[in-house]
Design a protein around this ligand. Structure first.
Ligand SMILES: Nc1ncnc2c1ncn2[C@@H]1O[C@H](COP(=O)(O)OP(=O)(O)OP(=O)(O)O)[C@@H](O)[C@H]1O
Length: 580
């Protein structure tokens, strides 16, 4: 629990205040029965109105103090709990952002979302309850017991009849609760995952008319969540009345034995009333304690899940190298060059060699087309460049320096990356384009948009560059999204530009205009493409097959040396012929 609850530390002072106020409430709670006993024994029994009045005033005064203490305690408890929740969420978010791609693979997205939302809330609630009642309930119960013993040990002894059973019940509840609630949180992950998948693929679901299927899939996971939650809560449903029954039986025994003691003159009425009062407090506080124990069990399951994230360290995080570790080599000569030397790669936790013995070099300003059938390793190869993953063997050099020896930030600042799937964020077009370079001025944004052939389209939007995209914004076509993604990368003016099949949705004319515009830039380019027409315009082509280099060279060279390339060319010529 340490890693999660260490986030309470900065709030120790308000937490201490809350604790002291809680003790004040507790103290008053414990003194009240004594005063009632005084009112009965010194007032009612001897008919002393003055004593009743005086003790009555003290009672009311203490009740008001307890009320005020309770209100201020709630205020501090809420402040501590919510600040803690805020810090914890931020810490989790930062940690997740620093994950290596390999670590992301270990945590399903839905699981991370639940951890950041529901799990944090569970722990936050328990912290709030702790500052309000967690310590108070058992303390109040045990001190009430002590007070009862001080007043009359013989009668109070009857309160202990059920104690061993109560302790046994609580132990059982905590043990089962932790296991069951861990299962509940896991089920919540599954519900989130199905929901996320369905919403992301909503068009597909509609197009395939899979609404009913998706609904039943959702019902299945939601039902499992319901069953597991019910199972977990059932322990409480069973144990709470059982606890109360035991406690009330003890209370009955106290009343029975106490009335005998009073009638034989061994005890006073006031004493018995006070003990009954304390006994009821023991009962009430214990049931409250049992309720919190359930919440703690749930929070323990949640905090264990968050701990998994917070404890990710070392190889699981992207860590910047210290200046002293960096190689001070001469980078000027090879600026903009990229060299792969016998690079092989296997995804973490898998056996399959996805890239095998890849070697090639491109110079500054050269444009490399990467071709190959689906699954041949094109995206994987590109992912190694900004060090999303590290090669299993072999070396990759950027500007003549091994990518492992670069400061991560510097390396990535040099690379403009356009992933296969165009993703835009909620916000204006301009905000999206400036996303990779916050300090870009409008003329840079506009130039990038012109190069990416999207400027004219943006000009037709109602608010031009201030038009909102994403949820509640304009709906963009696939090609428009692709061009905006390209423009976003171009705004950064990176030395190296990586386009992972990012022009697939562009028509021939637009694509040609895009390459023309990029021709003017002295940018080294990696372009994954399926189209020979595109590949032909590049300086070199790297043809991958099954993760190996099938052929490497210019279009003409590949026509000479690679049968597979010739087949691709022929098949596309046939297509063009058929289309024509
Ligand atoms: N995260 C991953 N974990 C394990 N294996 C993966 C992962 N991503 C991709 N692979 C595997 O690596 C191989 C190469 O995938 P990659 O995405 O690089 O191919 P690609 O040539 O870009 O394909 P496409 O043209 O369809 O995008 C495939 O066999 C794929 O199953």
């Amino acid at each position: 629990m340490k890693t999660v609850y260490s986030y309470v530390k900065p709030y120790w002072l308000p937490a201490l205040f809350a604790f002291i106020l809680m003790l004040t409430e507790l103290f008053i709670e414990l003194v009240q029965p004594l005063i009632i006993a005084k009112i009965i024994d010194d007032g009612i029994v001897v008919n002393d109105i003055e004593a009743i009045k005086n003790w009555g005033i003290v009672l009311v005064f203490l009740a008001i103090v307890a009320l005020i203490a309770g209100i201020i305690n709630s205020y501090f408890a809420a402040h501590v709990a919510h600040s803690f929740g805020f810090d914890l969420r931020n810490a989790l978010f930062s940690k997740i952002q620093a994950f290596t791609m390999a670590t992301y693979l270990k945590f399903p997205t839905s699981g991370l979302i639940t951890r950041l939302t529901n799990d944090v809330t569970q722990v936050q609630n328990v912290l709030f309850m702790s500052l309000r009642i967690l310590v108070r309930a058992p303390l109040s119960a045990s001190l009430s017991l002590v007070m009862a013993f001080i007043i009359n040990p013989k009668i109070a002894l009857f309160l202990l009849i059920g104690a061993p059973i109560v302790v046994g019940f609580l132990y059982f509840m905590v043990k089962k609760g932790i296991t069951y609630f861990a299962q509940v949180q896991w089920r919540l992950d599954r519900v989130n995952r199905v929901l996320q998948e369905c919403l992301q693929a909503i068009r597909l679901v509609k197009a395939y008319m899979r609404n009913e299927y998706e609904s039943s899939r959702f019902q299945q996971v939601a039902n499992s969540l319901k069953l597991d939650t019910t199972r977990a809560l059932r322990i409480m449903e069973f144990i709470m009345p059982a606890l109360l029954l035991i406690m009330n039986l003890s209370l009955l025994a106290v009343i029975w034995f106490g009335s005998i003691e009073v009638s034989t003159g061994n005890a006073q009425v006031g004493e018995l009333v006070a003990i009954i009062n304390y006994a009821m407090r023991v009962t009430g506080n214990f049931s409250m304690f049992a309720f919190i124990i359930i919440a703690i069990a749930r929070a323990k399951a949640s905090s264990d899940r968050m701990k998994e994230v917070l404890l990710v360290d070392g190889n699981g995080l992207e860590v910047e190298k210290s200046e002293s570790e960096l190689k001070n080599d001469n980078l000027i000569e090879e600026i903009g060059t990229v060299r792969f030397e016998k690079v092989s790669f296997t995804y973490p936790n898998t056996e399959l060699l996805v890239l095998s013995d890849i070697s090639f070099e491109i110079k500054q300003g050269e444009k490399l087309a990467i071709m190959g059938e689906t699954g041949s390793g094109k995206t994987t190869l590109l992912n190694l460049l900004p060090r999303f993953y590290e090669p299993t063997s072999g070396k990759i050099f950027v500007n003549g320096r091994n990518v492992l020896d670069w400061q991560l930030e510097e390396l990535r600042a040099m690379i403009g990356f356009v992933p296969q799937k165009s993703l835009l964020f909620t916000g204006s077009i301009q905000e999206n384009l400036k996303w990779g370079k916050q300090d870009a001025i409008f003329s840079e944004v506009r130039l990038a948009a012109e190069q990416a052939q999207i400027h004219e389209t943006v000009e037709t939007f109602p608010n031009k560059y201030d038009t909102r995209v994403g949820q509640k914004g304009v709906n963009l076509s696939g090609g428009q999204k692709q061009r905006l993604s390209i423009a976003r990368a171009l705004v950064r003016k990176s030395r190296i530009l990586v386009l992972d099949d990012s022009t697939s949705a562009l028509d021939v004319k637009t694509e040609a205009a895009l390459w023309d515009a990029l021709e003017e830039e002295n940018t080294t380019m990696f372009v994954v493409t399926q189209k020979v027409r595109t590949a032909k315009t590049m300086d070199k082509i790297l043809l991958l097959h099954d993760g190996k280099v099938e052929a490497y060279g210019t279009h003409d060279e590949l026509l000479q040396i690679s049968e597979r390339y010739r087949q691709i060319v022929e098949s596309q010529q046939e297509q063009v012929g058929e289309e024509g």
